[in-house]
Design a protein around this ligand. Structure first.
Ligand SMILES: NC(=O)c1ccc[n+]([C@@H]2O[C@H](COP(=O)([O-])OP(=O)(O)OC[C@H]3O[C@@H](n4cnc5c(N)ncnc54)[C@H](OP(=O)(O)O)[C@@H]3O)[C@@H](O)[C@H]2O)c1
Length: 436
């Protein structure tokens, strides 16, 4: 058999330790599939003395010098499962420029500065694969980057953060508030001790940037993504959604559009939204992820599975390792980044969306007309109005769902409604996606 393909593993935590386990357990099959055995040349970690249980690996392979490991002549492929922007960027640029292929799960780095990595890969003639960076085990980036390259993708809508999906699913199932559902998620290990990156939508925004870049052949960074988390979603919002035959999900939405001059644009956003129970994403519960792709010729496609966890993520990492190892043996590397479309990113205010608004209003003649007048002034067309008695005394509840309008016009409408003396309170404002 051909000489081994030698890996430098950077990181041996949740994902890295499962990469080591899978490499050990599947070594014979992996060698047969690649045409050469895979060998671990070294494993860079932060703490040499950390207890790593019964990891099936020679302890002498561990080092605290990632750069030294990457530069070794006997390293062919670098697998990065550390995370963060620096020093990961420095390590990966070093590897790629030296012609060593990189497999990484680092969504934060790819979303913030993927261009630097892609440029380094092109410069070094090396592969840069990152399937594990979005939606864990789900094969998603390869289909976008290869299988759908003959098609034109118009929209990608996804649930790409398991923690927030677990919390929203729990709120929907039990009627719990956000804080209570977060506590349950933390107890069960679905939320980190500091859940900010998940509940404030940073993690989903990074994934949205990566998905949009691949789907539309353009460069979108995390800073281009409009981001709202789920901390403001209340039990009352969830009840309102239920009353409409909907559920609330934290969605990442990347869509083609056009500006006023007819120039093609993309809009990329992450926010909670109501979707009808009939939508394919509505049934995605617990910590699962799913991504719904709408393409011109292929039509609607749905990708579903486990978006995180050591073994599922390691599965995606290993799939990439097999691909880059095969390329290496064949003396080829995959096509580099496809960003030729160079589309401008549309500001959120211009994104077309719909709102569901619940108002607690004074129960007297003329209220409906006054409220409708606010919508008309902002050129927002009302799709449905439902009226019912509110909880207290002389008030009534109005539930209004709009047609599609620019987000800025919808936000201005809500702002003006809040200022009306006949509006006691705006009890819930949610965007609506997916044809409710
Ligand atoms: N966990 C998931 O479910 C999941 C899913 C998808 C993607 N990812 C991505 O995968 C990557 C790794 O995540 P993880 O959950 O496995 O993280 P983790 O459990 O915190 O492990 C991080 C590893 O990196 C090592 N490390 C940290 N700083 C280092 C440094 N300066 N030099 C050398 N080694 C260093 C740590 O060493 P010690 O062991 O000595 O502390 C540890 O082994 C991240 O980019 C993450 O976003 C994770």
């Amino acid at each position: 058999m051909t000489s081994p393909v030698r890996l430098a593993l950077l990181g041996c935590g949740t994902v890295g330790s499962d990469v080591v386990r899978l490499l050990h357990e599947q070594s014979a099959d992996l060698a047969a599939r690649i045409g050469a055995p895979l060998e671990i040349a070294g494993i860079a970690v932060r703490r040499l003395g950390r207890d790593r249980g019964d990891l099936p690996v020679d302890p002498a392979l561990f080092t605290t010098d990632p750069l030294g490991l990457i530069k070794r002549d006997d390293v062919d492929v670098v697998v990065e499962v550390v995370g963060g922007i620096e020093p990961a960027r420095t390590w990966l640029v070093e590897a790629l420029r030296a012609g060593k292929s990189v497999v990484t799960a680092n969504k934060a780095l790819l979303a913030e500065d993927g261009a630097t990595l892609h440029d380094a890969a092109a410069e070094g003639g090396a592969d840069l694969y990152y399937e594990a960076s979005v939606a864990g085990a789900i094969p998603l980036l390869r289909p976008l980057r290869e299988s759908l390259h003959g098609d034109r993708i118009n929209r990608v809508t996804g649930i790409v953060n398991g923690t927030t999906n677990f919390i929203l699913s729990a709120m929907d199932a039990t009627g719990a508030g956000f804080a209570e559902a977060l506590e349950e998620a933390t107890e069960l290990g679905y939320a980190e001790a500091d859940p900010t990156a998940d509940v404030e939508g940073f993690d989903a925004a990074a994934k949205a940037a990566i998905l949009a870049s691949l789907a539309f052949h353009t460069r979108v960074t995390a800073a281009d993504v409009h981001r709202e988390g789920i901390t403001e979603v209340t039990a009352a919002d969830v009840a309102s959604a239920k009353a409409m035959g909907c559920t609330i999900k934290l969605l990442c939405i990347a869509a083609r559009g056009a500006d006023a001059a007819g120039r093609e644009t993309v809009s990329v956003r992450v926010h909670p939204a109501m979707i009808p129970l009939t939508h394919p994403l509505a049934g995605v519960g617990d910590a699962f992820n799913a991504v719904f792709v709408e393409a011109e010729a292929a039509g609607q496609l749905m990708f579903y599975g486990r978006g995180a966890g050591g073994a599922p993520t390691a599965s995606a990492v290993l799939g990439d390792v097999v691909a880059v190892a095969r390329n290496r043996l064949a003396g080829v590397h995959a096509a580099s980044e496809s960003a030729y479309a160079d589309l401008p990113v549309r500001p959120m205010g211009e994104a077309l969306t719909r709102y569901h608004i619940s108002l607690d209003v004074a129960d007297r003649p003329g209220v409906l007309e006054a409220v409708a007048g606010v919508f008309a002034r902002h050129e927002v067309s009302i799709a449905t109005v439902r009226q019912g008695p509110a909880g207290g005394g002389s008030d009534a509840e109005l539930v209004i769902v709009t047609h599609v309008a620019p987000d800025a016009a919808l936000a201005a409408t809500v702002g003006e409604l809040r200022g009306l003396d006949i509006v006691r309170s705006v009890t819930s404002v949610l965007r609506v996606e997916g044809g409710a």
